[in-house]
Write a protein of this length. Structure first.
Length: 478
């Protein structure tokens, strides 16, 4: 019996060790590819005159889709920000998804909206559209507001796709603030497509907490004062500047953030639009669109750009953050489950050989593996089976590598767009990285484990995501 127990312990410890080493190697490969992709992008775009694109008759037509549910705290300022974007051929479709607050009334009052007759072509089946609003005010003639029966974010976006009149759609969260040239930069990859058709494009998302916002425009960037928001600022820098850029270079990107992504509308419609049976609709649509292009044997690509184009409000309490990460975990599980056919399937090239296995092992299963490792550690410690010299050496190595990876991401931020210009803020970000392995990361892992519990309980809840609103005093403690 003791021999069997020893073998079991050996296998578990060896498995966790191999998993950790493989993850470290993947981070190094991702970092190298990210640096190369970012350098190429910066070199290629340093002489780009976006004013020519803005004025070009060949510029693609774009419809921004902004679903809103109980966004009364920020909706007016956010719409004002979107209407001021620097792009001519633009339509803004705000979809009120049956809000229970005063979101719709605030829009009607602020933008002088009137109900109009409007034919909705239900190419994608959705919940009922109750009314469509427009305005006669010339300053707001790009704005279309849709009021519909509540059906969730995916259903609201599908309504937006049905109503949108332009060739490309940009899907955003209603609580986001875009840079004035965000659409210009986002559509550029679609104009540059050659032999491969660009079906989707994404941009970097940044945290707006503690930033100064005036009339829906970001006027000054600050590092979040709140601990949870600050840690997410670091996490986003690492995820977008390193992760997404590298996967775009490898042509294996599986996710474009639902907060800000551009898509070829016709391809999205052919794929059936957003899936309303998952809480990870943003990732699921990208994977389904990629599958569709593979199965139609049409050369394509999904692009990503490192410009900080979109600013969003991050959760500032452990409760709201747990709900968010719980949902992300469930969304990842659902998406990979829906598309398990891709796994190691040679028909899908790199998508099946590398992207899917990576997301399966190091994204979907990561919370379970890390939690299991912690339980195994407690078990071994209780029975005195730990080689403490080896343990502390391995722990120091893992923590040091994680810290260096975060510092490298911060360096990439300073090297590229340097949004946090005060040295004090960069130092705070570097110091925040020291606490991540002991506070923030275990918290996120536990939220992911809870996501598994809810997945097996068949929970489809988003969880209420309360907003504080931009331009308001931010708490200094989480």
């Amino acid at each position: 019996m003791k021999i069997l127990a020893d073998i079991l312990v050996y296998l578990l410890v060896t498995g966790i060790f191999v998993y950790s080493v493989t993850l470290i190697i993947s981070y190094i490969v991702i970092g190298i590819n990210s640096v190369n992709e970012t350098r190429e992008y910066l070199h290629k775009n340093e002489a780009t005159d976006y004013r020519l694109l803005a004025a070009s008759p060949h510029a693609p037509t774009v419809s921004i889709l902004a679903p809103a549910y109980n966004e009364g705290a920020t909706i007016v300022d956010n719409v004002r920000s979107l209407l001021s974007l620097y792009y001519n051929k633009l339509e803004l479709v705000v979809i009120n998804d049956g809000s229970k607050d005063d979101s719709l009334q605030k829009l009607i009052d602020a933008y002088q909206l009137e109900k109009v007759d409007f034919f909705v072509n239900y190419r994608i089946p959705t919940k009922e559209v109750r009314a469509v609003y427009k305005t006669k005010h010339p300053a707001y003639n790009k704005l279309v507001v849709v009021d519909k029966v509540n059906g969730g974010k995916a259903d609201a976006l599908n309504v937006g796709i049905n109503i949108a009149t332009n060739d490309y759609i940009v899907c955003i969260d209603a609580d986001c603030i875009l840079e004035h040239d965000a659409i210009l930069k986002m559509v550029k990859p679609f104009l540059e497509e050659g032999e491969k058709k660009v079906i989707a494009s994404g941009g970097v998302i940044r945290i707006a907490n503690s930033c100064e916002v005036t009339n829906g425009r970001l006027t000054r960037v600050h590092l979040p004062e709140n601990y949870w928001a600050r840690m997410q600022a670091l996490e986003y820098i690492r995820a977008f500047l390193l992760g997404r850029m590298a996967w775009a270079r490898l042509d294996g990107l599986l996710l474009i953030s639902g907060a800000f992504g551009a898509f070829d509308k016709e391809i999205a419609i052919r794929c059936g639009g957003y899936n309303t049976n998952t809480v990870g609709e943003d990732m699921e649509l990208v994977v389904r669109m990629r599958r569709y292009m593979h199965e139609q044997d049409v050369p394509y690509k999904v692009t990503y750009i490192p410009d900080p184009l979109c600013w969003t409000e991050a959760p500032e309490t452990g409760t709201i953050l747990t709900r968010q990460r719980n949902r992300w975990t469930r969304g990842t599980i659902e998406t990979l489950r829906f598309h398990k056919k891709i796994f190691l399937n040679p028909r899908y090239d790199l998508l099946g050989a590398l992207s899917y296995p990576y997301w399966l092992l190091f994204e979907m299963l990561a919370p379970l593996i890390e939690f299991t490792g912690f339980v195994v550690f407690l078990f071994l410690a209780f029975f005195g089976l730990i080689n403490w010299h080896m343990f502390f050496a391995f722990l120091i190595f893992i923590v040091s590598f994680g810290y260096l990876n975060s510092v490298f991401a911060i360096y990439m931020e300073v090297y590229t767009y340097n949004q946090y210009r005060r040295r004090k803020e960069i130092l705070k970000l570097v110091l925040a990285a020291l606490t991540e392995p002991f506070i923030f990361h275990p918290f996120v892992v536990w939220a992911g484990v809870r996501g598994y519990f809810d997945f097996f309980r068949k929970s489809k809840s988003w969880g209420e995501m309360t907003r504080q609103g931009f331009g308001k005093p931010q708490p200094k403690n989480g």
